[in-house]
Design a protein around this ligand. Structure first.
Ligand SMILES: [Zn+2]
Length: 209
């Protein structure tokens, strides 16, 4: 009997996980790579929503979201600042709606629930770090759409998808204020996750205010 080293779990998955992160880090800014990730983003003047530049930026953001999903099999939202566009633009993967990707321009949280939930979040700019962030269960958000009109998001469903989308809205709007998910937890709570089954068991946990 001789001593044998004890190796970390999930080694078998790490090549795939880190290779996909390498691929997406070619177009997603990572923490520390730009000061803009920690600064507020600029609103889009309403008169500029249909401008060729804004349209080109939105089209690029949509392409990047789809590319990210193709490379990693996950990822629900990107804020402009993560793509070197420090403006108040967000794209959200929402296959339940027509067009699949929802675009938010100048979103503002106008109401939030007192009920709080904890959920392990991954950020494309800080992956593979997972931060179990406590946030309101739901929010009401006013924003401009690609159609140049004002819209309101206020889905308070208890269905996991409703909770998940509220969470995505909150995470992405944080980016427009220069806040990353890891800023909202203590550093010792952060985990690096390579277990492919992890998100199948992740769930929303009620937290006392
Ligand atoms: Zn993020």
């Amino acid at each position: 009997m001789s001593w044998k080293p004890s190796l970390p779990p999930f080694r078998a998955y790490k090549k795939e996980v880190y290779e996909s992160l390498l691929a997406v880090s070619g177009f997603i800014y990572q923490i520390g790579e730009t000061e803009a990730l920690r600064q507020p983003s600029t609103p889009i003047p309403v008169s500029q929503i249909f401008s060729p530049n804004t349209k080109a930026k939105i089209a690029y953001m949509k392409r990047c979201l789809l590319k990210y999903r193709k490379l990693t099999g996950k990822g629900r939202g990107i804020a402009g600042v993560q793509l070197g566009i420090p403006e108040q633009l967000i794209v959200i993967w929402m296959p339940e709606i027509k067009g699949k990707v929802l675009v938010l321009i100048n979103p503002k949280i106008t109401k939030k629930s007192e009920e709080l939930l904890k959920y392990p979040e991954m950020c494309m700019s800080a992956a593979p770090a997972i931060a179990p962030v406590v946030r309101p269960a739901w929010v009401e958000v006013n924003y401009y759409g690609e159609d140049g009109k004002k819209h309101t998001w206020n889905t308070k469903t208890d269905e996991p998808l409703g909770k998940l989308y509220n969470r995505v809205f909150e995470h992405e709007i944080d980016h427009l204020d220069g806040i990353i998910n890891i800023d909202r937890v203590q550093s010792k709570e952060i985990i690096y996750e390579s277990d492919p089954a992890y998100y199948k068991t992740a769930s929303f946990e009620a937290v006392k205010a």
